[in-house]
Design a protein around this ligand. Structure first.
Ligand code: TXA
Ligand code: MG
Length: 346
């Protein structure tokens, strides 16, 4: 159900949830200072309580009223309003249900006119992506209604301009750790002369707990053609694969091409498919990011049984696209003589 800003304000003040547009993906918003309202987010999404929420505010000044600044976080705040989330130490003004009890709270100032107009009249809004836990993040108002029902209140802000979630950063003394790749790229951060610190696997899960969960289940199984998967072992001079055990792990996907949708990028994938979605015919990674989640969700309404995609160039926002593709993939695939093979899980 579409609502306007003043309806949304009344609902939020009454402790209810509202779907809100941002430049990245739609959020499921509640008044962050009202724990009873925030509980409803976890219930609606079926989200585990250990997975904390991002607080959205109207300006960097407003954020630093809740979270503690340090020199590098202030530099990163120059990306606001924009698709960057900062983890800041906070002084317990944000209820622990929002932060899952962490000493850090995640903050973001979204670059979306309607979201900023709303935030001008509210305090912090806790808002995860407006999907059920484990599903694809919504990039249009109708995707939010599909997830939570036609009567669920949503402000329609049109298709999301970015289409992929924000980059989550932790500013440390000597550099920035990127805990979730997103639309603000490593190149852009490094371009400000800010050192990028290597991700430490053991902290990363603690610092961005949501990243440890499997994610982004598309409407139908997704086969990811990975160039980095070792190809079949080299054939001998007779054209046989020396290790039959290895080869036998690959099986024919057995799906009728009429029921396959190819997620092409730039050039078509070498596979027979009735439906083709091109992430970007021009090979533009920003355009691909904008289309990705919309295409993940499309086959739900058709007789398509399988999506086939390949990774895109691993640069700029392409890194975030590849991260989402890998999290969404249900199978690893390769193409042999025009046939789609998928790898049996070991
Ligand atoms: O673009 C976005 O970031 C969107 C829009 C709506 O702003 N929001 C979003 O929220 O993607 P969500 O909840 O789907 O993802 C937030 C991620 C989760 O992986 C969560 O674990 C992490 O941020 N996070 C949130 N608060 C945190 C905290 N205090 N410490 C560590 N990680 C945190
Ligand atoms: Mg999410």
């Amino acid at each position: 159900m579409r609502v306007n800003i003043s309806n949304a304000l009344s609902l939020l003040r009454a402790g209810e949830l509202v779907g809100i547009p941002t430049e990245t993906v739609y959020g499921l918003a509640a008044d962050a200072l009202n724990p009873t309202a925030v509980v409803k987010i976890f219930e609606a999404k079926n989200r585990p309580a250990f997975n904390p929420l991002i607080c959205h505010l109207a300006s960097a000044d407003a954020v630093f009223g809740f979270g503690k600044a340090n020199p590098l976080s202030e530099r990163l705040a120059e990306f606001w309003p924009g698709p960057l989330t900062l983890l800041l130490k906070h002084e317990n003004r944000i209820p622990s249900i929002v932060t899952s009890g962490s000493e850090y709270c995640a903050f973001r100032v979204p670059a979306h006119k309607t979201a900023l107009e709303l935030l001008a009249s509210t305090g912090p809004l806790a808002a995860p992506s407006a999907n059920k836990s484990g599903q694809v993040s919504p990039v249009r108002a109708e995707m939010v209604e599909r997830a939570f029902g036609p009567d669920f209140p949503v402000i329609d802000g049109g298709p999301c301009e970015v289409g992929i979630e924000s980059t989550i950063c932790l500013a440390e003394k000597h550099g920035v750790r990127i805990l979730r790749s997103g639309s603000i790229t490593i190149e852009e951060i490094a371009g400000k002369g800010i050192p990028i610190l290597e991700k430490q696997a053991e902290n990363a899960a603690v610092l961005a707990p949501g990243q440890a969960l499997s994610h982004y289940a598309p409407a139908v199984p997704l086969v990811l053609l990975e160039e980095h998967v070792p190809p079949a072992e080299p054939m001998n001079s007779l054209g046989e694969t020396p290790n039959p055990a290895w080869a036998s792990r690959w099986r024919d996907a057995g799906t009728d091409p009429a029921r396959i949708a190819a997620l092409d990028f730039h050039l078509p994938l070498p596979i027979d498919a009735r439906i083709r979605f091109n992430l970007s015919e021009q090979g533009n990674l920003r355009e691909a990011a904008r289309n990705l989640f919309f295409y993940f969700d499309l086959p739900g309404a058709s007789d398509i049984q399988m999506l086939v995609a390949a990774t895109v160039p691993d640069q700029g926002i392409g890194r975030a696209i590849n991260d989402r593709l890998r999290r969404a993939a249900t199978h690893t695939g390769r193409i042999e003589n025009g046939r789609l093979l998928i790898l049996e899980r070991a």
